[in-house]
Design a binder for this molecule. Structure first.
Ligand code: LMR
Length: 394
């Protein structure tokens, strides 16, 4: 049987992680996978997470199964965090999932059941796992223009032109904030225009929000998601807790489906629970319980928000430092986009050859499309990166 298997292409981001580990140079810089690192290169367990875990360890009296949708308190807490009061709770179906990827996978499976002919539209570029899962599931996909490689901003006219090709019932995947891999984001007004087109076309928005709190703040980063939630009968939202709670390996995420009314919500909830049962039965609980504990305890929540703000402001400062350093070295403002981008990532606009050169000569690891993880930098490595960018002729 196993002789029938064929080799799979390695995931670019994960392959880069391995290449970095194998590099013996001590002065190497890892700007690859999207994991937050502090100035000393550590990925800390957040203070509120430690405390929530301590409480759970002390108080938890059973490890019996929760429910197929996970603990309803987790669904409610995440609903409030992501959607605020934009949509009545009775319209929102939710399941806990193994991370944001689990939520994306379940959303796509839901689409496959409910609208098997629908085309799922992805931004070009997008997180590589989006097309990879779609392809694996054998679903129809198409791309819409997103990035302008000259300005390193959103190519908004190109985006609108492509979205005008969307057919009724198609699904359009949008990044809720902190676009991965580019770092370039739509404004609220631009999103209003996108919403108008999608409404006109009868499309269904699907939002992937994996970096809430990493851009302009917890509520500011949810604005676009809430704006879309208010505007459509049906919206799918995959939210990850990996980054903003730093619980990467606990696999904590949620899929929310906004239904037209309470009856449709009940039907959707039942289908989502069914999908969990088919794929892994009960979703993981530990990370979800940690998140719920933090979000529902005012003291822990305040501490988590404070630490998240430190993280966010640290990344913004690194962006500014890098943009300033590049301005100094090049005597131009063509790298100012780095300070304007938001989230963990920026796409520099370097060619694959330039990316390779920066790796070989300076030990700087970034994804082949020139996506850098800003959190992989610190005040000492920013000048090294700036010098490498200039030397490579980016
Ligand atoms: C990334 O884009 O680097 C992260 O989302 C991690 C991953 O799983 O690819």
């Amino acid at each position: 049987m196993l002789e029938n298997l064929t080799a799979r292409p390695a995931d670019k981001i994960l392959a880069l992680m391995a290449a970095y580990k194998a590099d013996p140079r001590t002065e190497k810089v890892d700007l690859g996978v999207g994991v937050y690192k502090d100035a000393s290169g550590n990925t800390p367990v957040m203070r509120a997470v430690k405390e929530a875990e301590r409480r759970i360890l002390a108080d938890q009296s059973t490890k019996a199964y929760t429910g197929l949708a996970g603990d309803p308190a987790f669904g409610a807490a995440m609903r409030d965090l992501v959607l605020g009061d934009s949509v009545p709770a009775e319209r929102i179906a939710a399941i806990a999932t193994p991370g944001g990827t689990g939520a994306i996978r379940q959303a796509l499976e839901l689409i496959r059941i409910a609208a098997p002919q629908a085309t799922v539209w992805l931004s070009n570029p997008t997180w590589p796992n989006h097309p990879s899962i779609l392809k694996y599931l054998g679903m129809n996909m198409a791309e819409y223009t997103y990035f302008d490689s000259v300005t390193r901003d959103v190519n908004f006219d190109g985006m609108l032109a492509d979205l005008r090709q969307v057919a009724k019932g198609d699904v359009v995947l949008l990044h809720g904030c902190c676009h991965n891999p580019t770092g370039a984001n739509l404004t609220y007004d631009q999103m209003s225009q996108v919403i108008e087109i999608l409404q006109e076309k009868g499309a269904v928005p699907f939002i992937d929000i994996a970096y809430q709190g990493f851009g302009d703040g917890l509520d500011a980063d949810a604005l676009i998601t809430r704006q879309i939630a208010r505007a459509f009968d049906n919206v799918l939202i995959a939210a990850s807790c990996s980054k903003n709670f730093g619980v990467y390996r606990e696999r904590t995420g949620v899929l929310m489906a906004i239904a037209k009314d309470a009856d449709q919500q009940a039907l959707t909830q039942q289908n989502l629970a069914f999908l969990n049962r088919q794929n892994y039965s009960f979703p993981p609980d530990h990370g979800a319980r940690v998140v719920t504990t933090i979000l529902t305890d005012p003291g822990l929540r305040a501490d988590w928000e404070a630490e998240l703000e430190e993280t966010r402001n640290g990344m913004l400062a690194l962006r500014q430092q890098l943009a300033d350093e590049l301005k100094r070295l090049t005597n131009s403002d063509r790298f100012d986009f780095i300070a304007q981008h938001r989230g963990m990532f920026s796409r520099l606009g370097a060619t694959p050859e330039q990316v390779e050169e920066m790796r070989e000569t300076h030990g700087i690891y970034m994804v082949g499309d020139s996506r850098i993880n800003v959190a992989g930098l610190n005040a000492d490595s920013v000048p090294i990166l700036a010098r490498a960018i200039v030397d490579a002729g980016v």
